[in-house]
Design a binder for this molecule. Sequence first.
Ligand SMILES: NC(=O)c1ccc[n+]([C@@H]2O[C@H](COP(=O)([O-])OP(=O)(O)OC[C@H]3O[C@@H](n4cnc5c(N)ncnc54)[C@H](OP(=O)(O)O)[C@@H]3O)[C@@H](O)[C@H]2O)c1
Length: 246
Amino acid sequence: MADDPLDGRVALVTGASSGIGEATAMALARDGADVALAARREKRLREVAARIREEHGAQTLPVRTNVRDEDSVVEMVETTVAEFGRLDCLVNNAGLARGESVEEMSADQFRTMMETNVDGVFFATREAIPHLRERDGHLIFVGSFAGQYPRPFNPVYAASKWWVRGFAHSVEGNVGEEGVAVTVVNPSEVRTEFGAAYGESFEERFEEGEVTEPEEVAEAIAFAARQEGSTVSELDLYRRDKFSGF
Ligand SMILES: NC(=O)c1ccc[n+]([C@@H]2O[C@H](COP(=O)([O-])OP(=O)(O)OC[C@H]3O[C@@H](n4cnc5c(N)ncnc54)[C@H](OP(=O)(O)O)[C@@H]3O)[C@@H](O)[C@H]2O)c1
């Protein structure tokens, strides 16, 4: 519909096969954007894409991507731009947590997490910037509460999210004068498949209404993506009792 705020825009969402990424792709399409959906699980991407087309009539492009692999990320952005002819918004959302304490973490767990949460964000951002610059576009990062406050468990995950915030705001300083908006959205516990590496996922661990829902995070991202003149630099979303017991 011509009146939708993101009508004519193209968004690329990493980690769109579940959780926050899936809800974000849905929210951006509801607001009028066409969406490219990236992740490794292609079948899930196709299912999400079909639902988006059905519910919002948006054009969709599932792009099988491993964000740890530079060539795959280059191809993700190239395929999106080849299909839609432009890119207005990149949502750097793909991420994971593995392992617990520093002493218990294997080099393999460390590398998997850093390559996903850090390298993947760098590759995607680098490839997207030239396209976003042409469109006064949006670069949106999913950070975390863990990237703002010290935490007693999984310091490597936390540090990867501190990196995301530091990188995002430094890039903000870098591309702002070229018209690109940069946003970091920091959730705390969200009911998704996240956390499965700790034994049970957050959607299993928390009851509905207990913590943040992926759709709430998606709304924050969509709000940032709708801004035309200004930048929503950072948004934090927590359950209301997050600080009790601190
Ligand atoms: N849930 C929370 O409590 C919470 C809190 C703060 C921040 N976050 C952040 O929110 C983001 C989304 O997480 P979520 O909660 O929505 O969890 P989720 O449901 O587990 O989703 C993670 C997404 O990342 C994708 N992904 C993981 N590794 C990838 C890779 N190598 N290449 C491409 N895609 C990959 C997954 O897709 P495939 O497996 O199909 O590749 C999936 O779509 C993450 O950055 C996470 O750190 C989550």
